[in-house]
Ligand binder design. Structure first.
Ligand code: ADP
Length: 501
């Protein structure tokens, strides 16, 4: 494959600045693309936390020549125009530069000098519209014409529009294509007349939806959907769901217009972090060939939480685990009736890790109080514990209302933990229903968002798990799968190739 030059524009990047999956995708994907020989430059705001990290590591970023104090076109309410300078660092100080992406830090303390990545203030559009412009201005200063500008979520979704308006004059971008990846359609960057004035009514009137203009609205994600050369989201099923159902959160019509250029690519997993053979966060490592370490991890976790050992009671008790943000998206309300009854009637154990909505936290806490020897809950964010729960559980629950991609089900597959998930979004694309007749499949899926559907699927999963031969088949099928970035990157390469033809 011919190497591409790719400008990846994002608001977060692991390990420097992360609030969610976008940061992991930006670093996992760009790393793999660079390894495959593409010229990848990742643009991210130079947040104070990045400066601090680089200072702590004793490697201050270098100055990019010709990219100092560049004044940008958007005036703020006081008519002041922000200026930025460009710095450069690397993702991983251990790796040679040729094997990794270049990380370009957009330094604009006026807009990105606060503690938080997202401010939620009225000038939020200005911060990220400035980042979007800074990406293009930086390309100009570097004299670099990317084949693809890969934009992510609403924060950088203005770039396709900017290329058609403010930067249309510049021949440097004559062959540049744009890809917009939607990680979370719930945030669209809807802004008002300030933003329209900032972008310039004159520039926009020919390219924006007249209805939005009349309302004085600028929906940055929607402009990206309409103007990018192609759009993708993080699984094929979710790409269909956001086009066809209310999961599109108002963008269904725009997405339908782009149906021929709308794709789904499941995120890759970082097996450097998530592999039971080499995971330092779990007490006993194990592999598909020898699962004894998994059983020991389970014993250890049950002990840590003061739960009854698995061999107490009739038969071997299955451990059901879950790790999640506790929000209504994740569908845990389906558990409120199911779990008390399950714990009452069956010899099972349950462990949940998560934080979020108070009602859900209260429910899990209440469960522990009622079944202190069978159910445990850790409220908070804890990476080590997330790894231990993945390794120790027999079944992993994800009853999501919607799930653009989902990562935990893929970790579960790798850790020999059978996923029990709702058939939506990325869950439907990565978990294959287990068929006890053929021995094929990797997990269990239910469709209607109803307690009854989840209950019968979970009981079926428990039944399969309690049969040693079926259990082994299901676990081995899952552990044999490869959802690494090494594999998933090929779909992005194919998409870049398609754009360049
Ligand atoms: P989402 O991005 O919607 O939260 P994903 O399944 O895509 O869901 O990714 C969630 C990631 O965050 C996973 O890596 C999961 O293990 C991790 N995670 C979620 N909650 C916690 C928590 N309380 N402690 C540790 N890790 C968590």
């Amino acid at each position: 494959m011919t190497p591409f030059s790719i400008a990846l524009a994002c608001s977060e990047l692991t390990p420097f600045a992360k609030t969610g999956g976008l940061a992991d995708v930006a670093s996992g994907l760009s790393r793999e693309l660079a390894l495959n020989g593409h010229d990848v430059r990742v643009f991210v705001p130079y947040y104070p936390r990045i400066a601090k990290r680089l200072a702590d590591e004793g490697r201050p970023p270098t100055v990019v020549p010709n990219a100092h104090d560049i004044e940008l076109g958007f005036p703020d309410q006081n008519g002041r125009r922000a200026a930025f300078s460009l710095f450069e660092t690397s993702l991983d100080p251990q790796l040679p530069p040729a094997q990794q992406p270049r990380v370009l830090l957009v330094d604009c303390p006026e807009l990105f000098g606060g503690e938080d990545i997202y401010g939620g203030d009225a000038d939020e559009w200005l911060r990220f519209a400035t980042l979007s412009r800074a990406v293009l201005e930086s390309c100009q200063r570097m004299g670099w014409a990317p084949d693809v500008v890969h934009c992510n979520d609403w924060h950088t979704a203005a770039i396709p529009l900017l290329l058609r308006t403010h930067y249309a004059w510049d021949k440097l971008f004559a062959n540049t294509k744009t890809l917009l990846t939607i990680h979370n359609i719930g945030y669209q960057g809807v802004c008002g007349p300030d933003a329209l004035a900032g972008f310039g009514w004159g520039q926009l009137s020919s390219v924006l939806d007249p209805n939005d203009l009349e309302l004085g609205l600028l929906n940055l994600l929607k402009t990206g959907v309409l103007h990018a050369s192609a759009v993708n989201t993080v699984s094929k099923t979710y790409a269909r769901e956001i086009r066809e159902t209310e999961l599109g959160m108002g963008l269904q019509a725009a997405l339908r217009q782009r149906a021929d250029d709308l794709f789904g690519i499941v995120n890759g997993v970082d097996y450097g972090e998530w592999d039971p053979e080499h995971d330092p966060r779990i007490p006993f490592q194990y592999s598909a060939a020898d699962l004894s370490g998994k059983a020991r991890c389970k014993t250890d976790l049950l002990e840590t939480f003061g739960l009854a050992p698995a061999d107490e009671g009739p038969g071997e008790a299955a451990l059901i685990g879950t790790v999640s943000r506790l929000t209504s998206q994740k569908g845990f309300e389906l558990l409120t009736e199911l779990l008390p009854e399950l714990l009452e009637r069956f010899n099972v154990r349950f462990v949940a890790l998560g934080s979020g909505e108070r009602d859900l936290e209260r429910f899990f806490q209440g469960l522990h109080q009622r079944f202190p020897r069978k159910a445990a809950f850790y409220s908070g964010y804890n990476e080590d514990l997330a790894h231990r729960i993945e390794a120790s559980s027999d079944l992993f629950l994800m009853p999501s209302r919607y799930e653009p991609c989902g990562l935990n089900q893929m970790y579960s597959l790798k850790y020999g933990t059978i996923p029990v998930v709702r058939a939506t979004g990325g869950l439907a694309d990565t978990v294959e229903p287990f068929d006890r007749r053929t021995g094929e499949g990797t997990g269990f899926l239910f469709e209607p968002f109803e307690t009854r559907a989840l209950t019968s699927t979970l009981l079926e999963a428990l039944d399969v798990w309690s049969d040693p031969a079926l259990r082994a088949r299901c676990i081995q099928n899952g552990m044999a799968l490869d959802w690494s970035w090494k594999r998933q990157v090929r779909e992005y390469e194919a998409l870049y190739q398609r754009l360049s033809e």
